[in-house]
Design a protein around this ligand. Structure first.
Ligand code: IPE
Ligand code: IPE
Ligand code: MG
Length: 240
């Protein structure tokens, strides 16, 4: 089979923005945008893994999103619970059928103790059940902030008694410990900012911004972004 892309990211990150605007534009309540956004997430994550991208991180709920109306927050958490359950069941089925190559490990980033109990429980079960999976990694950021991540890592290192720390120490203490840095970050919906997403891990990421709202973001849009990624000249400070 002909290779679709010359070069693929190992670790891709999605800042899934524009659910609300997608809905408002259609005269629908914002929560309909979140529902369609969850469907887009499922579709895109499956597509990434089918292409052979090893690790997908997605920004589902930020430490700043608590400033939204409680009703919207509750709705987003409900969708997340549904999605994680579905992923866990899919992963279990694949483990049973020994489709080892499709094993997806579920991880999260962010302080889960602030999440509703049933969501926290579902997440912990999903993590336990997929702990042995290693073909692909789905890393969901919720109640996550890049600054909070760095503070969390530093406090962890202080508790371990470290007096002096290296960049590697911090990388290894972040919520994303063990994952490679982000190669490629995609933000939908037209805003050109990171909004506190994986600040430490994106130091040398290629960035891609599209006006497409997240619920409309499809494999076709991802193909376009990945074609651009393949053309980028990553230099990491060196002369090339
Ligand atoms: C992204 O869509 C989802 C979350 C932040 C949880 P938004 O809800 O931010 O949609 P817009 O930006 O208001 O359109
Ligand atoms: C970023 O989107 C957070 C998530 C996608 C979860 P926001 O909609 O919260 O970001 P701002 O407020 O436009 O910067
Ligand atoms: Mg937004």
């Amino acid at each position: 089979m002909e290779k679709k892309f010359d070069k693929l990211p190992i670790h891709i990150g999605f800042i899934m923005d524009g659910n609300g605007r997608w809905a408002t534009k259609r005269g629908l309540p914002r929560k309909m945008g979140h529902r369609r956004g969850a469907e887009a997430l499922e579709n895109i994550v499956n597509y990434c893994f089918s292409l052979g991208i090893k690790c997908v991180s997605c920004f589902a709920f930020s430490t700043e999103n608590w400033k939204r109306p409680q009703e919207e927050i509750d709705y987003i958490f409900g969708l997340l619970r549904e999605y994680i359950k579905k992923q866990r069941e899919k992963s279990e089925k694949e483990q049973k059928e020994e489709i080892k190559a499709r094993n997806i490990k579920i991880r999260t980033m962010g302080d889960l103790s602030k999440m509703p109990e049933d969501l926290e429980k579902e997440i912990n079960q999903a993590k336990d059940d997929t702990d042995d999976c290693d073909a692909y990694i789905l890393n969901i950021a919720m109640n996550y902030g890049g600054r909070d991540d760095i503070v969390y890592a530093c406090n962890k290192l202080i508790k371990e008694g470290k007096k002096e720390i290296t960049e590697e120490d911090i990388s290894g203490a972040l919520y994303s410990a063990g994952l490679p840095d982000l190669d490629f970050v995609i933000r939908t919906a037209g805003d050109i900012r990171l909004s506190n997403f994986m600040l430490y891990q994106s130091a040398y990421s290629e960035l891609y911004f599209t006006k497409t709202f997240w619920p409309d973001f499809s494999p076709k849009h991802l193909d376009k972004a990945l074609k651009e990624y393949a053309k980028r000249d990553r230099k990491f400070g060196q002369l090339k």
